[in-house]
Design a protein around this ligand. Structure first.
Ligand SMILES: Nc1ncnc2c1ncn2[C@@H]1O[C@H](COP(=O)(O)OP(=O)(O)OP(=O)(O)O)[C@@H](O)[C@H]1O
Length: 602
């Protein structure tokens, strides 16, 4: 129990900070006022530039610079040798199969601290990526952004705005340097997302999954190896898969790791569930099918994601067409239920178009694509070992089930305010299709969820079975190329845009206790499943990276843990959309009292 709780002692995003900064994502900056640049001393000397360059290791995804990726690969092979966890191995043949982004000397000589001249172009770029409309007053209202500390050591990209934050990272919207002659980059990416991991933060976090892993022989790998592993896996799995956020580039400097990736301008599916309360079956199918294709690609390469949740699903927006006559479920409060709008097959709905899977920080290579041999067990191909290895893929199927359940009804399948009760519910597979919220959801959707949330991994859908599921195939729901922005009239779109912007500015919903509880329920659920199913691995096999084992070192169930347990789920949830809905329904006596309600202090 304490082992799971320990996961949550890792640094959480500062919510106040997030609400200030990351809730203004993807906005253009017309000019930097320079007043905020105090944190970064301005120094234009070439000596400094030279010094910077010396300290930077750039693992670009390049043709001209492929040796960098080679050296990354070599480092990873060394990591594999010293890391005894076979499942952590990276199959290097996959690393070579990624499209290239040339970076050249001119780009490297760009000094991001002093090149103010590039700003007007950036402004254009941002307006361009944000919206094709020219009537976006908000861009002009934008206050100038400060110069970020993280900019100091970054080469070839300018950080514009913080758009997200993970437990171990900040994510920025950035643009390639104006004077970059890296044609591939500038042609293909007007803007990018850069995940910045501060080295000092990593080493200061106890129990951080990046900090150390134990292999079967007790050897430890460093947080640096973990970051390199994430990069290599991201590069591997994103090649040739349009449902996975593309890897672009990687830089390591004295103080930071920079993972440069394709920008998804819509944000997280998590926020859309909170905004819309739940998704229609059409929209849920549209999202989960794209997730399933991403997972199919990963599993075919022998890689398991292990952290599937709505926060790691990012999307590109599509235009919104309001419903002429919005439909409500009987469990809806018509006053608060936001209109999802008209769903257009092949395009999307609710403003959600293309969906992509992100965040490979917990991913693992389980077996080699070519040999299907579990990593690190060369020549050892006993059927039960292979079977166990494939069981670990089922963690992702359970994750897909949790995402699908949550999209369909607006709350997660497993929840309790007490972590140990929640853990037990997950371990026993205890969930229900709660009345009245599930009353109007089709038997086909329920069947798909049930097959994904099957307790016994051998009975649970694998990815091919899910892709063949009749409900999932009710119609072709994949976005079609070139149709992504054609869904409504300008007037109608504008209406939605206002509603959407309002939501973006109002972080109270996203960081309401219920939203935080939903986030935590996913994190706990994923941790429980990873630990459980890792244990199913053969001795010395997959089970060797038991999360509880590594967490035990740092968490011994002292007073801090008890405090954490008390605080984690004893939440006042009466401000949330989800809970308001529940409360309202209870007041109206439309159904039985909900078990979950009893566990939440309202
Ligand atoms: N490519 C991207 N495009 C747009 N936003 C992104 C992108 N990558 C990440 N983000 C935003 O930043 C957030 C954090 O990113 P990410 O999940 O990769 O970080 P993390 O440190 O691994 O987080 P976690 O706490 O889940 O481990 C995402 O949830 C998302 O909101």
């Amino acid at each position: 129990m304490l082992k799971i709780k320990a996961l949550f002692s890792k640094k959480k995003p500062d919510q106040a900070d997030l609400s200030q900064e990351s809730k203004k994502p993807f906005k253009g900056r017309s000019k930097s006022n320079g007043a905020n640049n105090k944190a970064v001393p301005q120094d234009n000397s070439s000596a400094k530039k030279k010094q910077q360059d010396q300290h930077i290791v750039q693992y670009s995804n390049t043709i001209s610079d492929d040796r960098h990726m080679k050296s990354l690969t070599d480092e990873l092979v060394t990591t594999i040798d010293s890391d005894s966890s076979p499942s952590d191995n990276i199959i290097t043949e996959n690393i070579e199969a990624v499209s290239s982004v040339p970076v050249n000397d001119e780009q490297l000589s760009y000094d991001p601290l002093t090149s103010e001249e590039s700003l007007p172009i950036e402004s254009e770029i941002i307006s361009d990526i944000q919206d094709d409309d020219t009537d976006d007053e908000d861009l002009e209202d934008e206050t100038p952004e400060k110069t970020f500390l993280e900019q100091k050591e970054l080469i070839g990209y300018r950080l514009i705005n913080k758009i997200g934050e993970g437990a171990f990272s900040k994510v920025f919207l950035a643009v390639p340097a104006k004077n970059s002659s890296n044609e591939f980059l500038t042609k293909n990416y007007k803007a990018v997302a850069i995940k910045v991991i501060k080295k000092a933060d990593l080493s200061s976090i106890n129990g951080d999954h990046r900090k150390k892993d134990k292999g079967k022989d007790g050897a430890k790998t460093s947080s640096r190896d973990q970051v390199l592993k994430e990069v290599a896996l991201h590069k591997t799995v994103s090649a040739d898969c349009s449902q996975i956020v593309s890897f672009i580039d990687f830089q390591e400097t004295d103080s930071y790791y920079y993972i440069i990736q394709e920008l998804l301008t819509g944000g997280e599916i998590f926020g859309e569930i909170v905004r819309l309360t739940y998704f229609s079956e059409d929209l849920s199918r549209h999202v989960v099918k794209q997730l399933a294709l991403a997972v199919k690609h990963m599993h075919s390469l022998g890689v398991v994601h292990r952290d599937i949740k709505p926060e790691n699903l990012l999307f590109e927006p599509v235009e919104f067409t309001p419903s002429l006559k919005p439909k409500f479920r009987k469990s809806d409060d018509p006053q608060t239920k936001a209109d999802e709008g008209i769903f257009t097959p092949g395009v999307g709905g609710g403003g959600i178009g293309i969906v992509k899977l992100a965040d490979f920080g917990l991913s693992k290579q389980i077996f080699s694509k070519n040999t299907k041999t579990p990593c690190g067990t060369v020549g050892y191909t006993a059927p039960e070992v292979v079977k166990d290895e494939h069981y670990s893929m089922k963690v992702d199927m359970w994750g897909i089930g949790c995402v699908l359940y949550t999209m369909l009804c607006g709350f997660p399948p497993f929840y309790d305010e007490k972590i140990d009760t929640l853990t037990e519910k997950i371990s026993r597979g205890e969930y229900t299709f709660l009345k009245p919220w599930w009353d109007e959801i089709s038997p086909g959707a329920k069947n798909a969820v049930a097959k994904l949330l099957e307790l016994e991994p051998s009975k649970r859908y694998d990815i091919d079975q899910f892709l063949d599921d009749p409900w999932l195939n009710s119609y072709d729901c994949l976005p079609k190329k070139g149709t992504s922005k054609k869904a409504g009239t300008s007037e109608r779109r504008h209406l939605h845009k206002k509603q959407f912007q309002l939501f973006q500015k109002d972080s109270s919903l996203l960081f309401s206790p219920a939203a935080v509880a939903m986030r935590d329920a996913f994190d706990i659920g994923n941790a429980v499943k990873r630990t459980e199913e890792d244990r199913m691995g053969t001795p010395g096999g997959l089970g060797s990276l038991a999360e509880d084992e590594e967490l035990d070192d740092n968490h011994n169930g002292g007073p801090d843990d008890q405090h954490l347990e008390q605080n984690m789920f004893q939440l006042t949830l009466d401000t949330s959309t989800i809970l308001k809905r529940r409360k309202k329904v209870q007041e109206d006596d439309m159904g039985p009292k909900i078990p979950i309600g009893a566990t939440i202090r309202e």
